[in-house]
Design a protein around this ligand. Structure first.
Ligand code: ADP
Ligand code: MG
Length: 331
């Protein structure tokens, strides 16, 4: 038996004369943490809404569990969505917010109590269950929205930039929490984000969107180390793309090494240049280098020792940029 849970085949979606998705093909496996990554307007939300049933395709098929669901409304699909704005009921307690989906199914009261409490437990908010949403922080509201979405035990959870409204520190905490919930529940997550770091940390596989098309689908290491084209190389992380022997090659900043005198080693490739800018970012320092060939490169140095709180180089200083030939990826 195939383990494909969601299958989009040649899906086209237009809004008036505008084509938002151009023949999209995508398969998502059961249990996967699958991320739709791309800049704003690239078609991520539209793809999610086609899976949830809030939109219908102009052409192509949307299959869930081997069934064409084109004619099924959202509530007849075994999926549930967590939106960025949470959409909690303000007048209901947290418990009632979470229990709502179970009440609409007319489950016995004891079952409702058991399952809603389990879901609140999962997001560690059992102690707060009598509170109203307004009495919560942004992160707690996000966790309630999650609990409410999983309480019906959907086969698929769709998450549209669920951490977008949170500050950076909280977002990092919630990323870890979401991963844990994904592991514990064992259900399929389809996750939308425009944040490449978030996509790389959380996903089993990533689809990189480029204006209504998928540029690449792969594991985080695939899209980071082996991007299929300059668009993916630039969108997923900082990259240096340079021309060498008539080919476009890519090297990630952390793979460049800076020397203040020309190195003797024959095992590294060397590009002479000059430091054009220095950005101190705490755990590392980012150097911009203009090479003699006219390329602008970015290199990173980890500030592993306290003495390195002073940059090793100054602006305008001549440097030699070295890299090992096997850290290069030909585009
Ligand atoms: P993303 O989620 O990646 O930011 P969307 O899927 O929301 O992108 O949108 C893709 C494109 O479709 C955008 O150019 C957007 O303006 C357009 N679009 C989305 N929804 C509608 C709509 N209801 N009517 C018209 N255009 C829309
Ligand atoms: Mg969107």
């Amino acid at each position: 038996m195939s383990d494909v849970l969601i299958n989009l085949v040649d899906v086209v979606k237009t809004y008036g004369s505008f084509t938002a998705l151009k023949k999209l093909n995508l398969t998502i496996e059961r249990g996967e943490f699958f991320t739709l990554l791309g800049p704003s307007g690239s078609g991520k939300t539209t793809t999610l809404r086609l899976i949830s049933g809030f939109e219908r395709p102009d052409a192509g098929r949307v299959e869930i569990d081997g069934q064409n669901v084109a004619d099924k409304p959202p509530y007849e699909r075994n999926v549930n969505t967590v939106f960025q704005d949470y959409a909690l009921f303000p007048h209901m307690s947290l418990f009632e917010n979470v229990a709502y989906g179970l009440r609409t199914q007319k489950l016995p009261e004891a079952e409702i109590k058991k399952r809603a409490t389990e879901a609140l437990d999962m997001v560690r908010l059992t102690d707060f269950m009598t509170r109203k949403p307004a009495q919560l922080s942004g992160g707690q509201r996000q966790r309630i929205a999650l609990a409410r979405a999983v309480v019906n035990r959907p086969a698929v959870l769709l998450l549209d930039e669920p951490l977008g409204a949170l500050d950076l520190k909280l977002r990092h905490e919630m990323q870890i929490e979401l991963k844990k919930i994904h592991r514990d529940l064992g259900i399929t997550f389809v996750y939308v984000t425009h944040d490449q770091e978030e996509a790389l940390t959380m996903s089993d596989r990533i689809a990189v969107f480029d204006t209504g098309e998928i540029a690449q689908i792969g594991t985080p290491a695939d899209v980071y180390e082996r991007p299929v084209n300059p668009y993916v190389a630039k969108f997923v992380g900082v990259s240096n793309v340079i021309q060498r022997d008539g080919k476009a090659i890519m090297i990630r900043p952390e793979k460049l090494k800076l020397y203040d005198i020309a190195p003797e080693s024959r095992s590294v490739e060397i590009l002479p240049g000059e430091i054009s800018d220095i950005v101190y970012v705490g755990l590392m320092t980012r150097y911009l280098i203009r090479t003699e060939g006219g390329d602008d490169l970015t290199a990173l140095e980890l500030n592993a020792r306290s003495s390195q709180s002073q940059p090793r180089f100054t602006r305008g200083q001549p440097v030699w940029v070295g890299y090992s030939p096997d850290s290069v990826h030909v585009l």
